[in-house]
Ligand binder design. Structure first.
Ligand code: ASP
Length: 344
């Protein structure tokens, strides 16, 4: 029998950590240090499990960059002691949180699996147990003495996705996430089926984990809609300290060709505000210059978000702004895959 991997569960909050008080009907936080008593099935897993919980469980809608740093610090401090990590957060902003963590760790060579649930762990019909048990199993999976997954993943309803490819798509279905532009890394059926050829591997195996924790959230998301007015777009010019805008465009990256609109975009670029073109479509990619309606964006100097999700564009923007890069470097990094978040 091979050595038992050590898995650290980091509980931050969200529905998964709730149990129902069957007398009052109220949901209350669950003590994660007692997890093995509550879910005896965990003892059947071939790994040892330790847990760390936030002092106060937090709804993921209240998570901000300081919490991202807190989660990443827990992982960094325990990186050598554990073989894999399972991070439990609320599902509402899980794609944003896990994408940010994927950028904060360069040269990651261990699994960091995010999961949560739609129903509390104490609910009779809960999806929490399956999500948690399989996430731990995936985090503990080893081959040739190394973890099979060596990146940040998001597990929900029988699928492990690359975290920075995901979007929350349902507040109702157990299948709460999708990854339209990248296939699942693992599918859980009778067996765990790892999709080996698409798993991320560090290029510098000899090097240690690099942890970068400067995230700059002086950014905004501007979603276009037919009829958007000049004064709305212009108002972004007055945001003090704004350094970057995620511009959600139509289809393959198309936007109005009206003069006032293009003038304002030029004004952003002149003010050294980075503007990244991201499609509003759930799947597919920006193709700058494919239609006339995106050619002008290319000439103005808008950055090509390619097939990135909005969630990941937000995370990548915060991360790259924190790195204080020169303008061209910023563009090159944004337009290149750093953690498998966009296609080449
Ligand atoms: N509101 C919860 C949260 O995101 C929902 C969940 O846990 O799924 O924290």
């Amino acid at each position: 029998m091979t050595k038992r991997p050590n898995i650290l569960i980091v509980y931050t909050g969200g529905t998964i950590g709730m149990v129902k008080d069957y007398v009052t009907g109220a949901l209350k936080a669950f003590d994660f240090s007692q997890i093995s008593n509550k879910i005896p099935e965990l003892q059947q897993l071939h790994c040892t499990i330790e847990t760390i919980s936030f002092d106060e469980p937090i709804d993921s809608s209240n998570m901000d960059v300081n919490y991202y740093v807190e989660i990443a610090e827990i992982i960094a401090e325990n990186y050598t002691k554990f073989d894999g990590f399972v991070v439990l957060t609320g599902s509402d902003t899980m794609s944003y949180i896990s994408s940010a963590i994927s950028f904060m760790f360069e040269n990651l060579q261990k699994p960091v699996i995010f999961t949560g649930s739609q129903l509390p762990i104490g609910d009779l019909r809960t999806d929490a147990k399956e999500n948690l048990i399989t996430s731990i199993q995936i985090a503990a999976a080893q081959e040739n003495d190394e973890p099979v997954i060596q990146e940040v993943g998001l597990y929900f309803e029988y699928k492990l996705y690359r975290a920075n490819r995901t979007t929350k798509i349902s507040a109702e279905q157990f299948e709460a996430f999708s990854s339209m532009n990248y296939p699942p890394l693992v599918e859980s059926g009778v067996h765990l089926n790892f999709n080996y050829p698409i798993l991320l591997r560090s290029q510098n195996k000899e090097e240690n984990l690099i942890f970068r924790k400067k995230l700059d959230n002086n950014i905004a998301v501007l979603k276009l809609f037919p009829g958007i007015t000049e004064k709305v777009v212009k108002s972004y010019l007055n945001i003090e300290g704004l350094k970057g805008i995620i511009l959600e465009t139509y289809g393959a990256g198309n936007a109005p060709t009206k003069k006032w609109f293009l003038d304002i975009l030029e004004a952003f670029v002149k003010k050294d505000i980075y503007v990244v073109n991201v499609t509003q479509c759930a799947g597919g990619s920006v193709i700058l210059g494919h239609y006339e309606t995106s050619s002008s964006l290319k000439h103005i100097g808008i950055i090509d978000g390619k097939d990135i999700t909005t969630e990941t564009a937000v995370a990548k923007m915060m991360y790259l702004l924190g790195e204080n890069l020169a303008k061209e470097e910023f563009r090159n990094y944004f337009e290149s895959p750093l953690r498998g978040e966009i296609n080449e």
